[in-house]
Write a protein that binds this ligand. Structure first.
Ligand code: DHB
Length: 409
């Protein structure tokens, strides 16, 4: 019996519970068709505005040390009509039969209402994600941090009595009263909301370039939204909290720092109905969906789960028994609680020092031989030979991978 990784969002069945986040590699039918051809359970387009726009000045994205990425794109997109056109939908979705979702992030309420009205009558659109959490538009604070404004927006949206299911993209919350206030507003409009996607990027982070003594990106004084593994734990907490606080009719979609099947498993345990992948999709391309789904299948098989429903939302409370089971499993697999053990750095009998020395010498040898991969940012045994820890990209669509420049909106 094949494993069942399917889920239902907005009343539509997704063949797998993993799909793309709105953001990188979602701005054109070419990019979206790659997602549709992968094992992604659905396809979600880039946040659209009423009209096409180019976004903030470059450089506006930055990948830091593999742990976090910063972006301040300022909503470059082709305009809502593009994402609603039958040509785009056909080119993007082909014969995949998967649900196609659009995302909107209007400059103001009137723009959002106008776009929602348009979307509501378009065949081939399974639902719409209303972005209440974009941190990067100059002069526009994050809507969902202002609970009165959030209420006003959702009140106006609910009056439209949309036929299409509506999701809302939320920013990360960090404090109990803020979780409670956001959930209260969402629950007030539960009859109009199908899902809440948690989280958008952690807004207004700053990466500093030590060499140049300046910010790593240009817009907004270098302030941008943080994504990637650095935000995963914040995202897990938001998913768990929202699942606990939201009415059961509102699904929670988990997003933030998902790179592996194990990450996805953790989000599902916390109650996510589905899991979106953003930054890793940007870095690895659409093949990440095949890998992540495969890894989730492997983990489920190991644990004896046949379907996602068997463990979704079933995060157990901490217990001594659980901690002891986890310690034993780590020991058996050669892992452990020290950083070296967790990073699976091979540590010989003589301890970690010989490993570091060997890594250093190997790095020296390769550097002398002119070896370079992934822009020289290759870690060996925890040592980074001569490559900068930081890699600059001049646009989300311009990720440099293995020295080859790829342009994709
Ligand atoms: C952008 C960033 C976001 O976090 C988002 O949700 C939408 C757009 C941007 O800068 O383009």
């Amino acid at each position: 019996m094949p494993l069942d990784l399917s889920t239902t969002i907005c009343g539509k069945k997704l063949s797998t519970c993993i799909y793309n986040a709105s953001g990188p590699r979602t701005g054109s039918s070419d990019a979206l068709s790659k997602v549709a051809s992968s094992r992604s359970g659905a396809v979600l387009a880039k946040s659209a505005t009423v009209n096409e726009q180019t976004g903030n000045p470059l450089p506006r994205t930055f990948q830091a040390d593999g742990k976090g990425s910063l972006n301040s794109e300022g909503l470059p997109n082709k305009g809502i009509d593009y994402y609603l056109s039958q040509d785009t939908i056909e080119e993007s979705m082909g014969e995949s039969g998967k649900p196609y979702f659009v995302s909107i992030s209007g400059h103001n309420l009137a723009d959002n209402l106008a776009m929602l009205k348009k979307i509501d009558s378009v065949d081939g659109v399974s639902g719409v994600e209303l972005n209440l959490a974009c941190p990067n538009v100059i002069g526009h604070p994050i809507i969902a941090y202002d609970f009165d404004q959030m209420d006003a927006v959702l009140s106006a949206v609910s009056k439209l009595k949309l036929q299409k299911p509506l999701g809302v993209k939320l920013p990360p919350y960090f404090d109990g009263p803020h979780f409670a206030a956001a959930a209260k507003v969402l629950n007030k409009y539960k009859s109009s909301i199908s899902y809440a996607a948690s989280i958008n990027t952690v807004g207004n982070a700053l990466v500093v370039d030590t060499v140049a003594e300046m910010p790593a990106i240009s817009p907004k004084g270098g302030f941008g939204g943080l994504s990637g593994p650095a935000v995963k734990y914040t995202a897990l907490a938001n998913v768990k909290k929202m699942r606990d606080l939201l009415d059961e009719t509102i699904d929670v979609v988990g997003v933030g720092g998902v790179e592996t099947g194990e990450d996805a498993f953790q989000f599902l345990l916390c109650g996510a109905a589905a899991v979106q992948v953003g930054t890793k999709h940007w870095i690895e391309g659409a093949k990440c969906f095949d890998r992540i789904v495969g890894e989730l299948e492997e983990l489920m098989e190991k644990k004896g789960y046949k379907s996602v429903g068997e463990f979704r939302g079933k995060l157990k409370p901490w217990s001594k028994e659980g901690a002891s089971k986890s310690r034993k499993a780590k020991k058996m697999s050669g892992g452990g609680n020290t950083r070296a053990e967790q990073a699976k750095i091979p540590v010989g009998k003589g301890g970690i020092l010989p490993t570091i020395i060997v890594s250093f010498l190997l790095g020296l040898l390769l550097a002398t031989a002119g070896f370079s991969a992934a822009g020289g940012d290759v870690t060996m045994g925890g040592f980074v030979p001569f490559g900068s820890l930081l890699k600059i990209h001049d646009g989300l669509e311009g990720a440099r991978m293995g020295g080859k420049k790829k342009r994709e909106l």
